[in-house]
Design a binder for this molecule. Structure first.
Ligand code: CP
Ligand code: NVA
Length: 306
């Protein structure tokens, strides 16, 4: 039947499609790819479509460069360039994509859009950011922590700020990897209380940032105004003002703690300029690690063809 997705096709929509063993292996492979970026031609002869319905700097750069390094050809499609924008169905779009490219990444708003595309695709579909999830970001986040500390199991990470897509993916994949995740947000901006990540780690929700960062090895934040939240920017900045990562907050964490941020940053809002460009962060390594982690993901989603 032309609409049926092939059984066995692997998608990466929320991140927890991976087992813990696969996640560990993916991160180990990412470190190998980082050490030797041209060692793999896993995508030789293959094209990968990258559909962006929202702006991007890091995700687009890291996927485009990473696919090229793997010997593949990235095809970037912006909102408005597809017949989807004129009403063609997701089903028909999925059927056509499945006959032209080896995989497709999507950055969009509704998670349902991604799920529907995946339901009709016989090629892997991966999430490049939706309203609720940003699992490719979480892969780079975990890779950066593992690279810095040599392990993830038992590492304490405190996320301070809005309960965004980035926070949700970090919680889901961090707990899967055995991390202890504490998230501090103001009332009304917390992650859904019914989020129940599975894995050997833990998730606790807080309102007091100092309570969340006590004993933390890593501090993390995201923007106060995510894409699509611009209409409420003023209220968000007011509510989130006490949730900034700065030197005093780092001092309240474990000795040697460092800061992460998915970027783009707004120095003076969710993170101080001192921390963003100082010695107590690994944010720029984290941005680079997007490419290494995603290359390992593509290898996993696209095993060698017969
Ligand atoms: N962190 C992240 O996804 O950045 P971009 O929005 O620039 O892709
Ligand atoms: N939460 C942010 C992440 C940007 C990478 C957003 O969705 O805009």
């Amino acid at each position: 039947m032309p609409g049926a997705a092939a059984t066995g096709t692997r998608h990466f929509l929320i991140g927890t499609e991976l087992s813990r063993e696969e996640l560990d292996a993916l991160l180990a492979r990412a470190l190998e790819l980082k050490a030797a970026p041209l060692c793999s031609d896993a995508l030789a002869g293959a094209s990968v479509a990258l559909i962006f319905e929202k702006p991007s700097t890091r995700t687009r750069l890291s996927f485009e460069a990473g696919i090229h390094e793997l010997g593949g050809h990235p095809i970037v499609l912006r909102a408005g360039e597809l017949q989807l924008a004129r009403g063609e169905s997701l089903r028909d779009t999925a059927l056509v994509l499945s006959r032209q490219v080896a995989a497709v990444g999507v950055r969009t708003g509704p998670d349902e859009m991604l799920a529907e595309l995946a339901a009709h695709s016989s090629i892997p579909v991966f999430n490049m950011l939706t309203a609720l999830h940003h699992p490719c970001q979480a892969l780079a986040d975990l890779l950066t922590v593992r690279e810095a500390l040599g392990r993830l199991d038992g590492v304490r990470l405190a996320y301070v700020g809005d309960g965004t897509n980035v926070a949700r993916s970090l919680a889901l994949l961090g707990v899967l990897a055995g991390m202890e995740i504490a998230i501090a947000s103001p009332p009304g901006y917390a992650l859904a209380e019914d989020l129940e990540p599975s894995g050997e780690g833990s998730l606790t929700l807080h309102t007091d940032p100092r309570e969340a960062v006590r004993g933390a090895d890593v501090l993390y934040t995201d923007v106060w105004v995510s894409m699509g939240d611009e209409h409420a920017a003023r209220e968000r900045r007011a509510a989130l003002a006490p949730y900034r990562i700065d030197e005093p907050l780092l001092d309240a964490a474990a000795p040697g703690a460092f800061a992460l941020h998915c970027l783009p940053a707004h120095p003076g809002e969710e993170i101080s300029e001192e921390v963003l460009y100082g010695a107590r962060q690994r944010i720029w390594d984290q941005a680079e690690n997007r490419r290494h982690a995603q290359k390992a993901l593509l290898e996993l989603l696209l095993p060698p063809r017969e």
